[in-house]
Design a binder for this molecule. Structure first.
Ligand SMILES: NC(=O)c1ccc[n+]([C@@H]2O[C@H](COP(=O)([O-])OP(=O)(O)OC[C@H]3O[C@@H](n4cnc5c(N)ncnc54)[C@H](OP(=O)(O)O)[C@@H]3O)[C@@H](O)[C@H]2O)c1
Length: 261
């Protein structure tokens, strides 16, 4: 089994790499922080990975992402490609408007970054009529929350793209899984100050994701009670749901990310 995972230097991406390492997978790991990325690779090799190549790359760099994904594929076809890298941004109590520069940076990472990761793999996977594409979305993409308007919009965009790709790529032998996590204990969720119902470890989340990918699930959403609640919220009258959501005290700090030239 050969996988490429973005955002492998931390949180869910790192945990997923380790879970596949235990199965002796060949791993292509991407991240920006070279030290943390190398630490993941070492831990994967210790856990039994067949190999763990690392690439320091920013998912916003379309050219460099295309080069890395194609080189990794040409070396040996990828069975699974996981577009996981992402950042969170939102509103702190009393704040009305998200900083436009932070929003633009987040959109480039969470939306364009996913496109930059997935697009280069589509043609070679279709040519071989084999491969799985996994896109990490969020419960925030199922029903928008008032605490993180642009993050919800970005995740909803990736959900729509994944759903569409699933239909268009299936006749070519390529499957697409949309991963919809609830709260997972990672550096990202640690920055959000809120009640985090159903929060689970990154290791548990990775095991659930692997099980879903092994079964070629179209949507891998967890915990299920939260997915059901978010789907129900999407059906209820918006003003009622907004009113309930506003009762919670939530602080989603702004991302320090800014656009790169
Ligand atoms: N944790 C949750 O509760 C939760 C819930 C729902 C969805 N998610 C989604 O799950 C994914 C992973 O989040 P996480 O919780 O594991 O967060 P995390 O621990 O903060 O890890 C984020 C990863 O994304 C990478 N990344 C960020 N910006 C990047 C960029 N411009 N280029 C390349 N890599 C970049 C980071 O790399 P460096 O650190 O090396 O920069 C890091 O490896 C995200 O898409 C997030 O939206 C998380």
């Amino acid at each position: 089994m050969r996988l490429l995972i973005t955002g492998a230097s931390s949180g869910i991406g790192r945990a997923l790499a380790l879970v596949y390492a235990h199965d002796g997978a060949s791993l292509v790991l991407l991240g920006r922080d070279a030290e943390r990325l190398e630490a993941t690779a070492r831990a994967c090799l210790d856990a039994g990975a067949q190999e763990a190549e690392t690439y320091v790359a920013d998912v916003r760099d379309r050219e460099s992402m295309a080069g890395i994904v194609r080189a990794a594929y040409d070396k040996r076809p990828l069975d699974i490609l996981v577009a996981n890298a992402g950042v969170a941004t939102g509103l702190s109590p009393g704040q009305i408007l998200e900083t436009p520069e932070a929003v633009r940076a987040m959109l480039k990472i969470n939306v364009e970054g996913v496109f930059n990761t997935v697009e280069p793999a589509i043609a070679p996977m279709c040519a071989r009529r084999s491969g799985r594409i996994a896109i990490v979305g969020s419960m925030a993409g199922v029903r928008s929350l008032p605490y993180s308007p642009s993050y919800c919009a970005a995740k909803a965009a990736t959900h729509m793209w994944a759903d569409s790709l699933r239909g268009s790529l299936a006749p070519h032998g390529v499957s697409v899984s949309l991963i919809v996590p609830g709260f997972v204990k990672t550096p990202m969720s640690a920055r959000t100050k809120s009640w985090q119902p159903g929060a689970m470890s990154d290791e548990r989340a990775a095991l659930i994701i692997k099980r879903g990918l092994d079964r070629r699930r179209s949507v891998i959403a967890f915990p299920l009670f939260m997915y059901a609640a978010m789907r129900l919220f999407a059906l209820l009258p918006p003003a009622v749901v907004d009113g309930v959501m506003r009762r919670f005290h939530v602080d989603v700090p702004e991302t320090p990310e800014r656009e790169i030239s």
